[in-house]
Design a binder for this molecule. Structure first.
Ligand code: PMP
Length: 441
């Protein structure tokens, strides 16, 4: 039954009240609080395959998938078995383990990285990659793009200054100006801005970091050849090219976004960062790349980096089981699911007269509520044209019909290989009424 359920949310309401009394905003990561769409976040008690079940017993098709990690869906039998087996052998030793070696070998086999270091979050991965790039090059300046998110690293929480090639101001209170004054923020997909920045500061730039295909301003794919251009520009100036594949890694394709561009065009980033899928729902992430660069990392080299829970045996077991299960069939199913959902969105939004632009990289996609006459969304400034109020109405109409979208207009929709036809049909059935609700805003 897909009429609005006026779902019972008493359990979530009570937990949210308890949570707010003891945790800022009631959540442990901001976007979970529904601040962008209003209302009470659903407290989830369990999840299986493509379905979430909240504490009130409501069920939702999950299109967040933990913001990316759950490539195989929830409680995948191979992952659950690997985790249970690992837990039974103890949960952390602070010594090397075989599982770490096997996970790193699996990632090295799928990507161009030659050496890899495991960490526990994407934030740690990008923070460490930047430190290593600065240590390796002996330079200080970091280039990033507006709208790209690389975790809450001080120097990367930077908002663009007033001119195109001026240094940045902190994007949040609590970050000292001195932490962002060596960060240059440029408009995405803008080759001229990149060329100008390197013309002016080339001999001071340690690295350029970019999302391999941005997914944190909605999905804004690189224009053809853009990543190759970035790699080449960095090389010409002795800077390192860091491709952040925390979101796209092992999701956009078997080889991540690099499989869709670098592998075909014959180039590789100097450093890459990974997270999400490679942890199988546990805290595991990584940074790696050229052997000569990674050799600068302690204990082999002088650049310090460490972690008590890095390469945790339970997390590495979950990640390894996930990557080993992520075969060609899994990626084929992800594409099928994404194709069906995109087609459903186009039909429903068109019927409702709701202007929209859908952008994808592999099975990762997002829906911008912008006028297609304005063309594709290729920068953060263009992404910000999306109709946030209409998205909020759409989000809640979908939630009422048992579909849990990301509670923000600027996020990718994540699918899993466990999204079977029943789950897909459930979403397709919910779309027309939700599109009408959004069009009425
Ligand atoms: N880089 C990218 C591209 C991301 O999408 C994210 C998280 N959304 C991060 C880094 C930070 O990862 P974490 O949340 O694990 O710190």
């Amino acid at each position: 039954d897909l009429s609005p359920t006026a779902a019972v949310t008493r359990g979530s309401d009570e937990l949210f009240a308890r949570a707010r009394a003891v945790t800022p905003g009631g959540v442990n990561s901001p976007v979970r609080a529904f601040n962008a769409v209003g209302g009470t976040p659903r407290f989830i008690r369990s999840a299986q395959g493509p379905w979430l079940t909240d504490v009130d017993g409501n069920r939702y098709v999950d299109l967040i998938c933990s913001w990316g990690p759950m490539l195989l869906g929830h409680a995948h039998p191979a992952v659950v078995a690997a985790v249970q087996e690992a837990v039974s052998r103890g949960t952390s030793y602070g010594t090397p383990t075989e599982g770490e070696v096997a996970l790193v070998e699996e990632i090295v086999a799928r990507t161009p990285v030659e050496r890899l270091r495991l960490v526990s979050s994407g934030t740690e991965a990008t923070m460490s990659a930047i430190r290593l790039a600065r240590g390796f090059t002996g330079r200080d300046v970091v280039v990033k793009f507006a709208g790209c998110y690389h975790g809450h690293v001080d120097s990367l929480l930077a908002a663009a200054g007033s001119g195109l090639t001026t240094f940045s101001i902190p994007g949040t209170p609590g970050v000292p100006a001195s932490s962002t004054e060596l960060t240059l923020v440029l408009p995405y997909n803008d080759r001229e801005a990149v060329a100008a920045a390197f013309r002016e500061y080339g001999d001071r730039i340690a690295c350029l970091i970019t999302e391999a295909a941005p997914g944190n301003m909605g999905v804004v794919p690189p224009t053809p050849g853009f990543n190759a251009f970035l790699a080449e520009t960095c090389r010409n100036h002795g800077a390192l090219f860091i491709s952040d594949e925390v979101m796209t890694g092992f999701r956009a394709s078997r080889q991540g976004q690099w499989g869709l561009d670098g592998a075909r065009e014959g180039w590789a980033p100097d450093l890459m960062t990974f997270g999400k899928v490679m942890g199988g729902g546990f805290p595991a992430a990584a940074f790696g790349g050229r052997a000569d660069v990674m050799a600068h990392l302690a204990p082999e080299g002088p650049v310090y980096q460490a972690g008590t829970l890095s390469g945790n045996p339970v997390a590495t077991a979950a990640g390894l089981a996930t990557l080993r299960a992520a075969t060609g069939d899994v990626y084929a199913r992800l594409d099928e699911v994404a194709d069906a959902l995109r087609a459903g969105v186009v039909d429903a939004f068109t019927a409702a007269g709701l202007p929209h632009v859908i952008q994808s990289t592999g099975s990762m996609f997002s829906v911008f509520l912008t006028d297609p006459a304005d063309g594709p969304v290729s920068t953060f400034a263009e992404a910000q044209r999306t109709d946030v109020a209409a998205y909020g109405a759409f989000f809640h109409a979908m939630l009422d019909r048992g579909v849990h979208l990301p509670p923000s207009a600027y996020e990718a929709w994540f699918v899993s290989s466990s999204h079977d036809d029943r789950a897909v049909d459930h979403v397709l059935d919910a779309l027309p009424a939700a599109a009408k609700a959004a069009a009425a805003v």
